[in-house]
Design a protein around this ligand. Sequence first.
Ligand SMILES: N[C@@H](CCC[C@H](N)C(=O)O)C(=O)O
Length: 278
Amino acid sequence: MKFTKMHGAGNDYVYVDCFKETVDNPAETAIKVSNRNFGIGSDGLILIMPTDKADVRMRMFNSDGSESEMCGNGIRCVAKYAYDHGIVTKTEITAETGAGILTLQLFPNAENKVERVRVNMGPPRLSREEIPMNGTPAAQVVAEELTVLDKTFKITCVSMGNPHCIIYVDDVDNFPVATYGPLIENHQLFPRRTNVEFIQIISRTEVKQRTWERGAGETLACGTGASAVCVAGVLNNLTDRKILNHLAGGDLELEWVENGPVFMTGPATEVFSGEIAL
Ligand SMILES: N[C@@H](CCC[C@H](N)C(=O)O)C(=O)O
């Protein structure tokens, strides 16, 4: 199987060009290629596919083989790959994802290679049913108490097509993400599990994020998570509608338009290409 390794702010995936290649068992392939000792090493697998509904289609699989509806860092890399490899020739494109059809604006550099991408991530989904979350009432989940081990957190939950649970902490660098992350990911409140974002507020326009991803563990960045954090900051009146989010692997710019979509802007980087026998 021919592949290209790419990352968005350090959130790295193995990308397969399914305009040319066929992947028969993507879940099994994701587990195999993601392994950082015995495989290529990545947070998962992303398939770049043809579709009659948009310019390109993305399917994404976490390193545990589970499929997610959406990947924010992944979709920027899909756009870069599509432009740099001639699948598209325009700088505004559409992409079909499990979270709907998204519009992306591409920013090529002087060598005509895409370096940054702005994504219309669509509107956030805020009801318990849409996230999805068990329990009542069915309204928004803002600063709801959740006790895990010795700590009672105030959680805010947002779906960007995939589920996110946002928790504010005082010192994110020293927070034990690997202790609480998996317990919240697999908590009975979340029937389809959840991604967990631990956030330190720096100012009304700046935050610092560490992410525990559903199906992948701690990663260096999460684009859907950063978008959900932008929404949660407004719902909790902690941040403005436009923020800069410092993630472990790089920065993302976010904006939640009133009664509208979230826009995410960030880097997309190709690392290397290769061929692997499966
Ligand atoms: N890293 C991603 C999100 C990937 C999917 C996630 N782990 C899930 O299962 O929903 C991003 O950049 O959004």
